[in-house]
Structures are given as structure tokens and as C-alpha cells.
Ligand binder design. Sequence first.
Ligand SMILES: [Zn+2]
Length: 402
Amino acid sequence: MSLLFEVGAACAEGGRRGELTLPHGAVQTPVFMPVGTAATVKAVPQDVVESLGNRGAEIILANTYHLYLRPGHELIRSLGGVHRFMSWRRPMLTDSGGFQVFSLAKLRKITTDGVEFRSHLDGSKHFFSPEHSMEVQIALGADVMMAFDECVETPATWQRTKDSMALTHAWAARSKQYWEDHRHEVPWARERSETRDQRSEPTQFEREYDATRFSDKHQALFGIVQGGMYPDLRRESAQRLVEMDFPGYAIGGLAVGEPREVTREMIALCLEMLPKDKPRYVMGVGYPDEIEEYARMGVDMMDCVLPTRAGRHGLLFLRENPADRRSAVVRLNIKRKDLADDQGPIDAGCACSVCTRYSRAYLRHLFSSGEPLGATLNSIHNLAFYLETMERVRSDIAGTPG
Ligand SMILES: [Zn+2]
């Protein structure tokens, strides 16, 4: 078993309430997934990520490109996978590395076989093919892996986008073949004695790790719909991937600078084409009002670095009217001078551990003094705000008659 997806109530706009069961646990959908780039949700410890909002984050994302370069997937494989490496019990998803190769790495050379690139860290030369991306993602051992895709630059012509999409489809088929042949190699079921040296006593987390529960489980693989901003290509891409029959589907190549109505249009037409009984994931979006809108349209999964990145830069999300959790989302810059003696919380209607304890005055002081706790507390509030938003969307959909 790799994945079970049960769809419950749906709303008129197409949004649906569901439960996604993965090897490391169940996830209530629609879900927002905090991004743990280098096996850490930046500045926020795992126990806090688990306790955000009512349920905590039920699934997080890690980046294949970053973990491949540092500390290296072979090291993580030898330690039993990224769950055990970072002490995270719950589900996890890895991207294919494609997006970072195309956006961060230097001197790329693309052939039908794969992409040669230089590390943004030290300039060293590397090669990613669909097979190698799968091999790395199996070593990392997230519950959900992504097929390797080419991310086309924006804007791109129709012909350039079509050619890139054809490459993505060929790579999706190769990713799937490798996954089918090698998915039993996931390191979850490795016994502790195989994964650690004998220098020290294992941590309590490692002692409690039960390898036997994974004996009949493996990772799921999602295909990624591309096609840029061209409706005909988006439809063709969705159709081609559905024919390949993946356990779930992602809509990629969006939120790359296009107007929001175009993003919405592309999502809507992809959702029409994708099977209703499988999870549908829009990658890399967005602002709190966007994730709410897309969830109501029928997107089941989303991820974005925004809540933590904005938090580290002193930008906080809150409701215009704290007492009305449906009021507009507004942004507060914690650097603002007038907050120096503000004794109120970031958001008086937010129940997070930061808003119930700390004042704006204190958070402003932490930020302007460069204290690391400032980044941590701001990130915790923003993540809690995102999870609260999704919780409300889920209960709205569940409460919809029919
Ligand atoms: Zn808060």
C-alpha cells in the first residue's frame, strides 16, 4: 500500500473534504504543507510543527535538490530515511529536484536524458535524470515523491512550452518505471542495528521507531501536469498523465509571475481533467487568500515557503477584523516604529502559542535586535495562521449540504 484517498463532502465550487492515508499517517484534506527545505521547517522545531493549530501540520515537504547536495541522500539512506534523520513521525513529501535545478543551479545543460548542472553551493558538477531523481527520492523515503519534470521559463512561447511538456511526459513515464521497479528499496523497514553505528545510545525517538509497521508499505508517486499558460497544452498534459495512471497528480509551473486570474484559469481546467478520486496538488502557492480559494475549487494539497520566509523577514499575516476569521487577510510589518510600545498580540483572534503570549512590542524588539527567536515566533504565527485557514475551509466544506 502506498496511498488511500477517501473523498467526503463537496461544496458547490468543487472543493472537497477528504482523508489521505499515507504510510506515516492520515492527512485531512484540503491541506497546507509547510516547507522543510533542508529537513527543517526553517527556525521551527519539529515538536512545535506537530502542535500548530488543532492538529499540527499533518504533512511537510522536503526539497530533494537541497538534501541531495547536503548532507547527501546516501547518508540519509544509511540513517533510515529523512523521517528518522530529522525525527519526524508524520507524512512527508519530496519534490523531484527539478524546480531547484532550473531555478537555483548554474550552467544547466538539458538533453532528453536529463540535466547537467553545477551546485549553487560549491560549483561542483552533477547530473539529474528521471531515474536518478527517483533513486534520490527513494533514499530520502518521503511518503510521496514527485516525477522529474522540466520547468519552462516564463514567459515561454507555445512551441517552447509544447517541446518542454513533451520532455516532461517522457520523463514522467521513466520516473514511473523506475518507481515501479525500485520502490521496495525505501529504507523505512531497515532495522535499527543496520542503520546506526555503535558509538552511542539511540535517542528515545529512534528507540520508539517501529520498522515492522512499514513491511508492506511503499512510497507513492505523483505525476506533474505542465503546459505553461496555454489551455490546450494544459489539457493535453493532464490527459497524457492520466493515461499513465499515477496515484496522485500535481499541477506544476504556476505562481511563477503570471497574473492571478491566469493561475486560477489553469488550475480550473486541470482540475476538470484530473480524476476526482485521486489527490490533486498545486505546487508552490500561495498567499492565505489564494490557498483558501484553490481549496474551495477542489485542490487537495498545497505548499509554499511564504509563511516561514515572510516570518523571517518580519512580515505577519492576520485578519483585518480579528474577531471575524472570514474577514480580509492583511499584512503587518513588525518593523513598524509605532509597534514599539504596542502591548497587543499580532492577531487578537489567533489562538497560536505566539499570539497568546507575546506582544507586538516584544516581537518588534526581537526583530530589530536580530534575535533568532524573532524569526521563530514570527514563523510559528504565520504557519498557525495558514493551518487555521485550511481548518476553517475544511469545516465549511464538511458543513455544506449535499
Ligand atoms: Zn498567532
